[in-house]
Design a protein around this ligand. Structure first.
Ligand code: IPM
Ligand code: MG
Length: 361
């Protein structure tokens, strides 16, 4: 089996966490005697510095010629004053859109070893297992018209457009329903249909689809309530499906339930299961270059890469188990450090997971 993975480290802590993800990928490659070829490219601020474009055409071409993309993180203060279209984040949005990665899966899994690191009491989060399905290439992130204009009063105004078509809702809805079928068969659709028309349609389409999935019990929740429920009674959720911006916000909230945003992986898929895999966190400029960032979200994203794009669920489970074993040994990066655990660096954490994969058969 020859497969190719295109790696885009990105900015700030991006390269540090990506090195650990690639270590783990190579360990699986070796252990299972696969022929996965790893190639590197540019995205975000580093792409902008090198080529004048945060998402250069070559990056898109190489991504399209791969079986999967592994991405670190983009952005940082160095590029904050760039023209809007040239911002590193724009590069990330452009690659998501160009590859039509409309379904962003963000599994919120509680490793029992990290219960003490969570911001919630243990009884609220034990056995937590939520899958957030976030629409990724539509909604207010991409809606036109958008921009700035000068009002008659002479005042400046910034504006964006929130819209969703039936087909955009249906295709992400299908992914969410199918995921629910394979899990606890409960789907909660999150919207703001008491105020926003685009989400009135969202609720209608997701409701209409429930006839095709009679085994899935569907519920609806307004986003403000969902944010509250996630921190008051998170175990009620199985699969959550929501639009781009609400999904962005709810996934960061959910990440903290698991102890740290450094634990949350993601898979962004198109209809052919081609995918881009990235940790949900940002590029953390404040801790870049110090070898202290948590690489586990990236390592767990590599697990998702094996599961969804390479069709190798066993490899995914092996990586997830290896992470569990390393946590069992008490190893923690700074963000998840609690009493009686052992502080390790980014690279020590990655190496520990890699060693686990080498020794366990
Ligand atoms: C995420 C990030 C991105 C987003 C940023 C970096 C553009 O927050 O992947 O959640 O908002 O989608
Ligand atoms: Mg985010």
């Amino acid at each position: 089996m020859t497969k190719s993975v295109y790696v885009l480290p990105g900015d700030n802590i991006g390269p540090e966490i990506i090195s650990e993800g690639v270590k783990v990928l190579e360990a699986v490659n070796e252990r299972l005697d696969l022929e996965i070829k790893v190639r590197y490219g540019l995205i975000g601020g580093r792409a902008l510095d090198a080529t004048g474009d945060p998402c250069p055409p070559e990056t898109l071409m190489e991504a399209r010629n791969s079986d999967a993309v592994l991405l670190g993180a983009v952005g940082g203060p160095k590029w904050d004053d760039c023209e809007r279209e040239m911002r590193p984040e724009k590069g990330l949005l452009r690659i998501r859109q160009a590859l039509n990665l409309f379904a962003n899966l963000r599994p919120v899994i509680m490793f029992p070893q990290l219960v003490a690191a969570s911001s919630l009491k243990p009884s609220f989060i034990e056995d937590l297992d939520i899958l957030i399905v976030r629409e990724l290439v539509g909604g207010i992130y991409f809606g036109e018209p958008r921009g700035f204009r000068i009002l008659e009063s002479g005042e400046k105004e910034g504006f964006n457009t929130l819209k969703y078509s039936e087909s955009e809702i249906r295709r992400v809805g299908k992914i969410a329903y199918e995921a629910a079928m394979k899990r606890g068969k409960r789907l909660c659709s999150v919207d703001k249909s008491n105020v926003l028309e685009a989400t009135i349609l969202w609720r209608q389409v997701i409701s209409d689809m429930s006839a095709e999935y009679p085994d899935v019990s569907l519920s609806h929740m307004y986003v403000d309530n969902a944010a509250m429920q996630l921190v008051s009674k998170p175990s009620q959720f199985d699969v959550i499906v929501t639009g781009n911006m609400f999904g962005d916000i709810l996934s960061d909230i959910s990440a903290m339930l698991t102890g740290s945003i450094g634990m949350l992986p993601s898979a962004s898929l198109n209809e052919k299961a081609f995918g881009m895999y990235e940790p949900c966190h940002g590029s953390a400029p404040d801790i870049a270059g110090q070898n202290i960032a948590n690489p586990l979200a990236t390592i767990l994203s590599v697990a998702l890469l094996f599961r969804y794009s390479l069709g190798m669920p066993d490899a995914a489970v092996a990586i997830e188990d290896a992470v569990g074993k390393v946590l069992d040994r008490g190893f923690r990066t700074r963000d998840i450090l609690t009493d009686d655990t052992i502080l390790v660096s980014t690279s020590e954490m990655g190496s520990a997971v890699m060693e686990e994969l080498k020794v366990t058969k």
